[in-house]
Design a protein around this ligand. Structure first.
Ligand code: GLN
Length: 192
């Protein structure tokens, strides 16, 4: 299976390395034509305003919108913001693909980065060490969106809607391959 990682800005190299460890054919994506032969796409963390601006100037916004209508797409952190339908402002370009409302920089300055062990539905029982960096959270998610993980205070930090996946943290900054394997399974399902 061939999985692209949007490589405009942010933590894309780490995703590529993890996908390759899982024997996926992982490629960096910067041009619309590169989406054509992909079975799935990861939108990495970074800065969603920058990713939005670059996607606009590279002519990627509409091709990406079309891509994630029916092909598996996973957004991590800034990627989650980019996938959401509602981020509470109209100023930055987003794909508006997932029925979630997201609050950017939810944790503010006090604890803008932290690490925590999370239980994630769909993975084995072992906790997942999650790295949050100026992270968003999902403030509204209704069916058909499935909630996969919450923090102790109830904040939603991982969701799935059919072939779309979004996580508020950075799974590519650990050595735990389980979420990447979970995404590969979604891609695999969609290919059969
Ligand atoms: N705070 C960033 C944003 O609003 C996201 C941070 C991240 O991706 N680590 O886009």
């Amino acid at each position: 299976m061939r999985i692209g990682v949007l490589a405009l800005q942010g933590a894309f190299i780490e995703h590529i390395k993890m996908l390759r460890q899982l024997d996926a054919d992982a490629v960096e994506v910067r041009l619309p034509a590169q989406l054509d032969d992909l079975d799935g796409l990861i939108i990495p963390g970074g800065e969603s305003t920058t990713i939005g601006k670059l996607a606009t100037s590279y002519g990627l916004l509409e091709p990406l919108r079309r891509f994630c209508v029916n092909r598996p797409t996973w957004g991590t952190c800034a990627g989650m913001i980019f996938l959401a339908k509602d981020i509470g402002n109209d100023e930055q370009p987003i794909l508006a693909a997932m029925d979630i409302q997201v609050n950017r920089n939810h944790f503010g300055r006090q604890i803008d980065s932290f690490e925590i062990d999370l239980r994630i539905q769909g993975l084995s029982e072992d906790p997942f060490h999650a790295v949050f960096i100026r992270a968003p959270v999902v403030t509204q998610a209704e069916a058909p969106v499935e909630i996969l993980a919450r923090l102790d205070d109830g904040a939603i930090v991982a969701v799935r809607q059919a072939h779309l996946l979004a996580t508020a943290f950075h799974p590519e900054l650990t050595s735990d391959l389980r979420l990447h394997a979970y995404f590969c399974a979604i891609v695999n399902e969609s290919m059969s």
